[in-house]
Design a protein around this ligand. Sequence first.
Ligand SMILES: [Zn+2]
Length: 750
Amino acid sequence: MNLIRHFSALAALILCLTATMPGARATDITPAPLSAEIGAPCLPIPEAPAYRTNMNAADLTDLKAYLPSYPLKLRQANYGERPWLTINVDSCAAMGPEAYLLTVSDSGVTVTAADAAGAFYGLQSLAMLARDSDSLPAANITDAPRLPYRGAHMDVSRHFFGIDHIMKQLDLLAAYKINRLHWHLTDSEGWRLEIPSRPLLTELAAWRPQRLYSDWRKAGRRYCPRDSAGAYGGYYTADDVRRVVEYARLRHITVIPEIEMPGHSAEVCAAYPELACSGKPYTQGEVCIGREETFDFFKDVLDEVMRLFPSHYIHIGGDEASRRHWRQCPMCQQRIREEGLGDEAGLQSYMIRRIEAYVNSHGRDIIGWDEILDGGLAPHATVMSWRNVDGGIRAARMGHDAIMTPEEFCYLDHPQDDPSTQPKAFGSPVTLFKAYSFDPAPDSLGTDVARHIIGVQGNNWAEYIPTPEHSEYMLYPRIIALAEVGWSQPARKDETSFRRRINDEIRHIRSIGYNAFTLSPRVAFTQDVDYARRCILVSMATERHPADIRYTTDGSEPTASSPLYTGPVSIEGSATVTARIFQPDSLPGPCTRIRADYHKAIGCSVVYADSCGYYRDRKVYMAGGDSALTDGLRGGKTYTDGRWQGFCPNSLDVTIDLGSVTEVSHVMANFMQMRTPLIFLPASVDIWASTDGKHYRLLGHDEPEGSEAEADACFTELGWHGDPEPARYIRFRATQGRRQFMFTDEIVIL
Ligand SMILES: [Zn+2]
């Protein structure tokens, strides 16, 4: 990329460009560009700026069709008129796809790109520079995407959203240079695409008596005819799809349709029971692979899908299929024998390969969720890695392309703050900065693997998203963090700069009618242990900007004159740290508290009873292994932070050796409850003490309060607190009585 040539040609401009000049400001472009020099204001923005371009006729027609949505009211320059903005599209320009060069001087604005998408992104950056201002700063911006695939996913099956909502999101997604919409059109909760040859999909399987997904589940997951009273649901006609696809295309977004198979297909089996192994509706969520009718069905569906969607990729799902019915189905078993597939994983793989061949024969390629790796990957498939990044890396090592959407970073249906302060959502929090911290293609993978990781995507599953407003609340601002993950080079990512920019973006997008989450008003704590100095280091952070954090260590509420947080606070012994944020022009934020204890059990050995062990299948649930409960490190608001230890299905039953007999007056452990990922508080805990390791006496018994046990999400401490007792060994037992997860963190002994 010979940009030096461009820069030297713009020597006059450089005179106007002094990033240190008074009035100069930081880059306000999100996602962060490859390089940006921003100077002082130098070019007034007229009411209706004139542009001139050398774009070809087709690209110009598209640009003109888009411009009514563009924040600046651009008009084509008249003959002989000097343009305010020049858009150069030169396919010979030494730049990659979607890249652009944007310069602003006192003589005008120039956007240069090798393709129309690059010009479009130059215009998006220009709009950000122009926002809320009557003049543009001098600027010299060179920009190009890190990854070619930057996606947003929308689930319209669990709750249905009309095309106005979809198109409204496309406007904003395009502004952040997102270029793929993954449209999850079918799932067991409703089929959303009209297929003329299969009318029952949208006459029956797109409708249900209950509006809310959770009510529908409780009522037995039945569909109802479209014209029945109170039917909730909907579907897209061919005309709806054409409108969305065209609206997206004008914004350089490709719409990728997803048709789920063979699992997540209960609605298909309800409308066409002959596709189920049993031949009966409401018996299974996956189609029968033994029957040819199943392939006829999906060919009909895919014919219509490929007719409506020009996307090169067709997403065919492939995730979370139960294989139980295939095991008992004579036709599925016959298929396994005749095709020599080995087992049910091979059977699923057979279906995906056959469907892939059909899609390939139409010049298209498939994407599937990472389960399509099980039983053998179809030859040309691209893998969307959701359970973690491993599936994507495995696929990339095999020479397949992969798109990274790991749940831990990219699932926008998870809460974005302490779940007890948020609307019902799935699983543990994915905060803005958690999403921002994701690197889909780290250097450590090596270039041969990394070059197959083509993108990143945020997934907005809609089980707990009943309204368009709520959908926006979950999308923004986290999808903007993922846009920067996909677009910006890792070296250009910067948390401090992003915090400032994202707070500005949130204010802006709310002002134009998007229901973005305004970020946590609470201070987030993390604790570290300094074993040498025998103290706990408490770090504090806020997502808000501008904001000061003030704190106390005596339990009182911080005021505007309390100490200002500037770095980790060290606590010797025990203290309660209370903190809140102070922002200009608003009331102080709510207080958050954390107990920090450099306690007696830190570093002491823990013996797990034979009947009790922590969950070893996922490393993160082991936390620090055998020392996790007494390492002084406390879990935060998410069970995947590597500090919470997970137990499933066993109870927690451990004995801690304090090394010598000492006075003990407090034994407490933290537990959490999160209903959607099936994490529950213990029913009760019991604490015993012993001086010799042989004879134990019961110190206390504790149970969660009724309201805690009923909560969808809560954190609580359970244990014993009383008069000092001599003890060397402390046995802590927590019994849940369910075969579900129990998570605990530090056992604190004082
Ligand atoms: Zn079958």
